[in-house]
Design a protein around this ligand. Structure first.
Ligand code: KG4
Ligand code: ZN
Length: 351
């Protein structure tokens, strides 16, 4: 391990204070996440002011815990990285300043990473020491689906990205979160919708529309969200406090609508990324971002694709520091340099 390059990666772009240690860009040493879900769940969404304050409380202990789990000392860290965008400015600043301070005191390079690029590099992480054996080569057709983005990105090589499609309204994760609110489910909505939908697989006749955006690689999820709201009103479960049904009747309808909603959103994402892969003669498909944790998306894309599919394990799909450490290793390898004057960039693009 001593002759490997150890990167400490910090991610605080949204509501997770996350720190990971990764060696040589792919060996996962630790991945510690201090979640703020309980704080934000009571408001049904992320409250930026509360997020930034909580990052300040959690960052030191999360760094210590990440080093301890990795079984290494601070002096063994060769590079320190942090997400500098996109994300919430007040959240990003805590991770970024912590990374600068650590790099400065250790006298090692500091790297600023793009959160979206980090989501791609989650696919390079491996538990053991071997090289990423599934790497099919470039170009890769990449789908990043998170709370803030639904982007199709052509990855032509390390560090070489072209944005070829994106959502024109809501992000996929945002749509899951809003749908869950309509159905009276908790926050974040994605895992809740998935859980409810799992009760239904194979026995549902409710259908929601799919916005194919024909002739483009763009997405639109606001229509299906509105269609779900209308369906919930028509079936009599929205608003829930005026509903006349028994708990069991409500639960059945919520499960059916969750299933219909998940199918509609997943089908469009799967078809678009497969069609992009064909269009650009991709050697593989890569899926990342919180929505990539969705079990139905994972199954359907693997079934539908005839080229290799890279999807990280669910815990590495949602925001984490290890993906930032992996990403920073490749940035460092290609000679990227960042000064301590680097500021946060809430709308930093990729490609
Ligand atoms: O990447 P991420 O952790 O944070 C952002 O960068 O936004 O993604 C969070 C999003 C949330 O909208 C959440 O509902 C969604 O990912 N998500 C899921 C699942 N797990 C998380 N969506 C669908 N199915 C899931 N299992
Ligand atoms: Zn993310």
């Amino acid at each position: 391990m001593m002759d490997m390059i150890n990167v400490l990666g910090i991610e605080t772009s949204c509501d997770e204070t996350a720190v990971g240690v990764v060696s040589d860009g792919h060996v996962l040493r630790s991945n510690i996440i201090a979640s703020q879900i309980e704080i934000h769940a009571q408001y049904g969404g992320i409250v930026p002011e509360l997020a930034s304050r909580q990052h300040i409380r959690d960052i030191s202990a999360t760094v210590s815990s990440s080093l301890k789990t990795a079984g290494i000392n601070m002096e063994d860290i060769d590079i320190v990285s942090a997400t500098y965008g996109p994300g919430l400015a007040g959240s990003l600043i805590t991770g970024l300043n912590t990374a600068k301070a650590l790099a400065m005191s250790l006298g090692v390079p500091f790297i600023g990473s793009n959160h979206l690029e980090g989501h791609l590099y989650a696919s390079w992480l491996k538990e053991s020491g071997e090289l990423p054996d599934t790497e099919p080569g470039f170009p890769l057709a990449c789908l990043i689906a998170s709370g803030g983005h639904t982007d199709l990105i052509l990855m032509e090589n390390h560090g070489n990205y072209k944005l070829v499609g994106r959502t024109r309204d809501d992000a996929a994760g945002e749509a899951f979160d809003k749908a869950a609110r309509v159905l009276g489910l908790g926050f974040p909505g994605g895992p809740e919708i998935q859980k409810a939908a799992e009760q239904m697989i194979g026995e549902n006749d409710l259908e929601l529309p799919r916005a194919w955006m024909k002739g483009t690689l763009d997405f639109s999820f606001s229509g299906v969200k509105t269609a779900l709201l209308h369906m919930a009103q028509n079936k009599g479960i929205y608003p829930l406090d005026q509903c006349q049904f028994t708990d069991d009747q409500v639960r059945l309808l919520v499960n059916q609508m969750s299933y219909a909603f998940q199918e509609a959103v997943v089908d469009v994402m799967v078809e678009k990324v497969v069609s992009m892969a064909e269009q650009y003669h991709a050697k593989g498909i890569l899926i990342g971002g919180g929505v990539a944790a969705n079990s139905r998306l994972r199954t359907k894309v693997v079934d539908r694709s005839n080229i290799p599919v890279l999807i990280p394990p669910p815990v590495l799909c949602t925001d984490n520091g290890a993906m930032i450490a992996a990403c920073a290793y490749y940035q460092y390898q290609r000679g990227e340099q960042y000064g301590f004057e680097l500021d946060v960039n809430p709308s930093l693009p990729l490609g």
